[in-house]
Design a protein around this ligand. Structure first.
Ligand code: GLA
Length: 395
């Protein structure tokens, strides 16, 4: 049974009536342009064909007026969220749970649209959690897409993505950039999204070659230090920008960084060098893709991984191993870590006819040398957030 049918059936089982609304938002994989979104850089993500879906109906059958009753199939959990404007950013330390992302989005809509109607909702996701594929952005964007539909709020895509990013900052305590929420919102089928994170200008780059596949390999490790190190990288970049006298590293040139080595110190210099070279690589990769220069794309992906490993220090043994194994396979065009790093996934461009064999050999090599199993799937660029079922607006 496909995900859409499954969630409708589960909604009926749980709430005793059919859903009126159904939203979907995909996870994303970033082809290149890593750890530059919060520096105003260029990124080149695409939506994967795995999504978070939310089925919903207005009203709670008289049981919980003034509340949203929301269940998650993945977490086998239900929360009742008050819709009286009382939600506040969550400053609790430690782990935040799935419902914090939802609360953040609801609070964002309450701030825009005032009181929301009571509703029941069921969340189901095929985006792997903890794999670096933005399951959290998919959840936020699916929730925001649902609420925009249910309330008739004329929110633009850019406003919606920014609202979701704010939810993640304030309610989940993650100081993320804007790439994930923009990708989940704006990506189109058969396209990569070239997003300028400074101007927020987004350009669709066609990527519809059926002879190529995007292979995602999940290392199945998530190193604990990832969260704190991410925030530290942001600070390192902000400091380097201040020292260089620019608003963000987007405005710095490679020459400026090279000439300021002593001023920046070793760490600052390396972080800044990664950012300026990665932005240039992303621009070059978008051009190479548009003219089908695959070899150039592969070389840029390899350089991106090396820079993330050596200058930005966000890789780990498992990700380096997956990239090394992928690069050794016939038909592989390029491979690199994708997302925040410290575990999670790699992204590999591979010729479709050679993908199966490459996958077998990567899996076997990874098991042999790391003692772990990886999980993997291939995808093509998919559609961003959308409503799959709508009722006339209640506003
Ligand atoms: C995470 C963040 C993004 C981005 C990437 C690294 O996925 O959520 O905003 O910074 O890491 O490119």
């Amino acid at each position: 049974m496909n995900q859409q049918h499954r969630i409708i059936e589960l909604f009926v089982q749980q709430f005793g009536r059919p859903p009126e609304w159904l939203s979907a938002a995909p996870g994303r994989v970033n082809l290149i342009g890593e750890h530059v979104d919060y520096c105003g850089g260029l990124v080149l993500p695409m939506a994967i064909d795995r999504s978070t879906m939310i089925a919903a109906a207005i009203g709670t059958g008289g049981q919980k007026p003034g509340f949203a009753r929301i269940s998650s199939t993945a977490f086998q959990d239900r929360v009742d969220i008050p819709l009286d404007g009382s939600l506040r950013p969550n400053s609790k330390s430690g782990a935040h749970d799935w419902a914090d992302y939802v609360r953040g989005v609801i609070a964002g809509f309450e701030a825009r649209s005032g009181r929301l109607p009571a509703f029941d909702a069921l969340i189901d996701s095929s985006v792997p959690v903890g794999g670096g594929l933005s399951s959290s952005a998919a959840l936020e964007v699916a929730m925001a897409t649902l609420l925009a539909g249910m309330t008739g709020d004329p929110i633009t895509s850019v406003e919606l993505a920014l609202l979701c990013q704010r939810a993640e900052h304030e309610f989940a305590g993650v100081p993320c950039g804007i790439m994930d929420q923009f990708a989940s919102t704006l990506c189109q089928q058969d396209h990569l999204l070239l997003l300028d994170c400074q101007s927020l200008e987004a350009r669709q780059v066609a990527f519809d070659r059926k002879e190529l596949l995007v292979l995602i390999v999940n290392s199945n490790v998530q190193h604990q230090l990832g969260g704190s190190e991410y925030a530290q990288r942001r600070k390192d970049c902000e400091r380097a920008a201040r020292l260089l006298g620019v608003g963000s590293l987007r405005e710095a040139t490679a020459e400026q960084v090279e000439n300021s080595r002593d001023l920046l110190g070793d760490i600052g210099y390396r972080r800044a060098r990664h950012v300026v070279t990665e932005i240039a690589r992303t621009q070059a990769a978008a051009e190479a893709l548009a003219s089908s220069r695959w070899h150039a794309v592969g070389t840029l992906m390899a350089a991106s991984h090396a820079s993330l490993r050596d200058d930005y220090s966000v890789s780990c043994f498992e990700l380096d191993l997956l990239v090394e194994l992928a690069e050794a396979q016939p038909g592989v065009i390029g491979s690199r870590l994708t997302g925040g790093g410290f575990g999670g996934s790699t992204v590999t461009l591979v010729e479709a006819s050679k993908a199966e064999r490459a996958m077998e050999l990567i899996a076997a090599g990874y098991l042999q040398r790391s003692g772990r199993a990886c999980s993997m799937f291939t995808t093509r660029p998919s559609q961003g957030a959308r409503l799959l079922l709508t009722k006339p607006s209640c506003s």
